[in-house]
Design a protein around this ligand. Structure first.
Ligand code: FMN
Length: 313
């Protein structure tokens, strides 16, 4: 028992000054309710990301909005959320009741002024970290291209918001659907980002129901996540690690403990586990932590830090 506790202790991670009991966090939008966030934590996630908020309440896209096959999940949720005013209140309440759970708040906008307005409202709610979602692919038709597809705009948002976020570390969440994700990460770092989150969904993609002979999603196209995107995510994290010094939350396609090890070797300090919960349930967090712990022991690795970015050495 003592040995297991010592081994589990090795999983502790400090990310931007926030202590996480292990490297696995719940990414934004996979769930959007306090009881699901708590369940993820109780099942071994070390921190949770709230659903991305927009300035105004959003009803989202027409259903079906989420679909999965053996390899991938596709979604076009379209940022359903209660808007920043109510959302910030929910974050404040969650943080008051669960001070021990590291909480990442997430915001999405396509106007600079909206990002600033939302971050101003978030700061009093005291999330541990603030994520700027610069990369949602499911609202393009409505908003145009996300600002984070281009390094100048991405850096400008980070710079503007950094003036308002005070002591709360600021993360930039990036899209893989660009020519040079590392260049965008570098621009965010230069503008004051404290960390990078990569990746958001790949695509847009499409799945077709072969019996109905129609696209499965109400919007036809959507963002792709789940096991099939892992190599894209690992490549993105690898390239970002080469380009920046700030820490990375790597995510995209993680399903097995081996995938966590790959992400960390590529350069991730924390790893997001999202779609995997649709395949394996919330117990996946404990399963992955156990696999990671055993890998460290079997390979005589005493510190998780020794593994971060080791594929570059
Ligand atoms: C149903 C669904 C909703 C999502 N909503 C958001 C969101 O609101 N904000 C965001 O930044 N990412 C959102 N994402 C992307 C995830 O946070 C994550 O980046 C992506 O799913 C890759 O990780 P995974 O393969 O482990 O799921 C969503 C993903 C899914 C499947």
């Amino acid at each position: 028992m003592v040995q297991i506790i010592q081994l589990m202790d090795k999983l502790t991670v400090n990310f931007c000054g926030v202590e996480f009991k292990n490297p696995l966090v719940l990414p934004s939008g996979i769930y959007a309710a306090a009881n699901a966030y708590l369940k993820a934590y109780e099942n071994g996630a070390s921190g949770i990301t709230f659903k991305s908020l927009t300035v105004h309440k959003r009803e989202g896209n027409p259903p079906p909005r989420v679909w999965k096959n053996e390899y991938n999940v596709i979604n076009s949720v379209g940022l359903v959320n209660s808007g920043i005013a109510k959302g910030a209140g929910e974050i404040a309440l969650f943080k008051k009741d669960h001070r021990e759970i590291p909480l990442i708040a997430s915001v999405y906008a396509t106007r600079f002024s909206e990002f600033s307005l939302m971050v101003e409202k978030l700061v009093p709610a005291s999330p541990d970290l603030i994520e700027l979602n610069l990369s949602c692919p499911n609202v393009d038709d409505e908003f145009g291209k996300p600002l984070g597809m281009e390094k100048g705009a991405a850096g400008k948002i980070v710079g503007e918001v950094k003036k308002l976020s005070g002591k709360i570390p600021l993360l930039a969440k990036l899209s893989p659907n660009v020519n040079d994700i590392a260049d965008i990460a570098k621009s965010c770092e230069g503008a004051g980002a404290d960390g990078i989150v990569a990746i958001n969904t790949v695509g847009p993609g499409m799945m077709i129901d072969i019996y109905k002979k129609k696209p499965v999603l109400g919007t036809k196209k959507g963002g792709v996540s789940g096991p099939g995107i892992l190599p894209v995510a690992v490549r993105c994290v690898y390239e970002i690690f080469e380009a920046v010094k700030i820490p990375i939350i790597g995510m995209g396609g993680v399903l097995k403990w081996q995938d966590i090890v790959e992400m960390i070797l590529a350069g991730a300090t924390l790893v997001g586990v999202g779609s995997a919960t649709y395949y394996k349930g919330m117990k996946v967090f404990d399963e992955l932590n156990a696999g990671l712990t055993k890998y460290l022991a079997d390979n005589s690795i005493s510190e998780l830090d020794d593994l971060i970015g080791a594929a570059h050495r």
